[in-house]
Design a protein around this ligand. Structure first.
Ligand code: K2U
Ligand code: ZN
Length: 173
């Protein structure tokens, strides 16, 4: 397993629509393992393949946020939302590709997602709470969408300018 560098906004690879995973190969398994290791190390509760520069429809999550709760890592291949609740929920979201920036984002409170596991089996899971927010945030990444795309153009531009400055400073370091 190895840590993968997380792309920082703005980056054209974060805006692309990712391709479906055609087969669960050993490379896909290695990618999933590396993404889980990278997510835990960040630390984060979700990570999508495009964030580590891989244009595939694969995401990992572990929103078991209580310290004493056992980890509940999930690997979702080719996930698709098949139902969303009318009810919505607001959550202050962040993003590992846009560090230190947060915004209140409103999303459906519950979703049902059809996905394929590393074992090739199809499943359909009902997500609520932080899991629902996270899986929608990650599926947005697979479609080239970031949480700042829900903000006003002015606010999005402010964040983008600050991220461009951060990337220039990191490049000089
Ligand atoms: O996709 C990512 O960048 C990881 C996101 C996942 C996420 C964003 C908003 C809301 C839920 C999940 C985060 O950066 S992981 C960091 C984090 C940790 C605890 C709560 C919210 C976000
Ligand atoms: Zn994100």
């Amino acid at each position: 397993m190895s840590l993968r560098p997380i792309l920082l906004h703005p980056d054209p690879r974060l805006k692309r629509v990712a391709d479906p995973v055609q087969a669960v190969t050993s490379e896909v398994r290695q990618l999933a393992a590396d993404m889980l290791e990278t997510m835990y190390e960040a630390p984060g509760i979700g990570l999508a393949a495009p964030q580590v520069g891989v244009g595939l429809r694969l995401l990992v999550m572990d929103c078991a946020k209580r310290e004493d709760a056992p980890p509940r890592p999930m690997v979702l291949i080719n996930p698709e939302i098949v139902w969303s609740s009318e009810a919505t929920r607001s959550y202050e979201e962040g993003c590992l590709s846009i560090p230190e920036h947060y915004a209140e984002i409103v999303r459906p409170a519950e979703v049902r997602v059809r996905w394929t596991g590393l074992d090739g089996a199809e499943a359909e899971t009902h997500f609520a709470g932080l899991w629902a927010t996270c899986v929608q945030h990650e599926i947005d990444h697979l479609n080239g969408r970031l949480f700042i795309d829900y903000l006003t153009p002015l606010r999005r531009q402010l964040i983008t300018r600050k991220m461009q400055k951060l990337k220039r400073e990191l490049a000089r370091a």
